[in-house]
Design a protein around this ligand. Sequence first.
Ligand code: AQP
Length: 350
Amino acid sequence: KPLVFSGVQPTGNLHLGNYLGAIRKFVALQEHHDCIYCVVDLHALTAQLVHDDMPGQIRSITAAFLASGIDPKNHIVFNQSAVPQHAELAWIFNCVARIGWMNRMTQFKDKAGKDREQASLGLYAYPSLMAADILVYRATHVPVGEDQKQHLELTRDIAMKFNLDFVEQIRRTGYGIDITVGEEPVHAYFPMVEPLIEGPAPRVMSLKDGTKKMSKSDPSDLSRINLMDDAETISKKIRKAKTDPDALPSETDGLKGRPEADNLVGIFAALSDRTKEDVLNEFGGQQFSVFKPALVELAVEVLSPVNGEMRRLMGDTAYIDGVLRDGGERARARAEKTMKEVRDIIGFVQ
Ligand code: AQP
């Protein structure tokens, strides 16, 4: 089975963007893939070092995974810091990646803000740790929102450079695999990862501004739907969401230049597992006064069970911690196998 890896940071409340861009896809992939899902707590230190309730944040992401339908027995759910091999491989990747590559990362530019000199070195090296998260399992498929596309391209660049720099050692140790990159056959150690970004809402936008990503760090809570919002709050936020005065178009072409309408139609499509075309077949020509209540009903129907189960699970800390411990052990065994081979390839005495 193809190996899937993805992670979510334990920073702040999960929102609809995290759910549709990532977690819902995690759930769907379980049927035909071997999946490893990680609460990336080491990444959470990059933007803010000290967190008031780190254990609570880690448990709440774990609860969201489980409440959404991730099966921790047949797959792996764990927190990143429990597997030190991620950080070990990240160090090696820091020496593989070039500063010029990191300088192009738009997420660093956005998150570092104006005073870049004050950003942590960890924030700068974030994509290198992300590459290690994935490649320490030699995973091939990574479900993420569109904002992570650039980091996955960098992951491929890091894998490729490692493979080429160590090509002789990979051959000598016999750990390599034959892959094709484009049309080219390559003898490689790390595979080329495939981002899984598709779907009707790869980038869920703010409810207050259709040109801005829905994000945990937006100061306005009205800009996002949180996974922990109750039905009344979801309804209020959707009713207050910014729109334009026109009726919905009957074809997706008509959504061009209407970012808020496009966003709400995309959310409706993703929540109902339909295409935007299909949603517009039903609602084309209707006003937002008709569409918004239908979206409220759908969002509440999909999110309420997740919300309820998350609350229940968060009351059962022993269970959550048990899931993380068990997942951590299994992840560690797999990651150590890779690291033993990587140390051999590099030539470390062990
Ligand atoms: N708006 C979004 N639309 C679609 N997918 C999204 N993701 C995040 N925002 C959207 C996806 O969620 C997964 C987990 O993301 P993360 O843990 O890296 O958190 P983040 O990207 O830092 O989340 P935010 O809300 O975007 O935080 P801030 O405010 O810090 O920028 C990833 O797969 C991501 O693509």
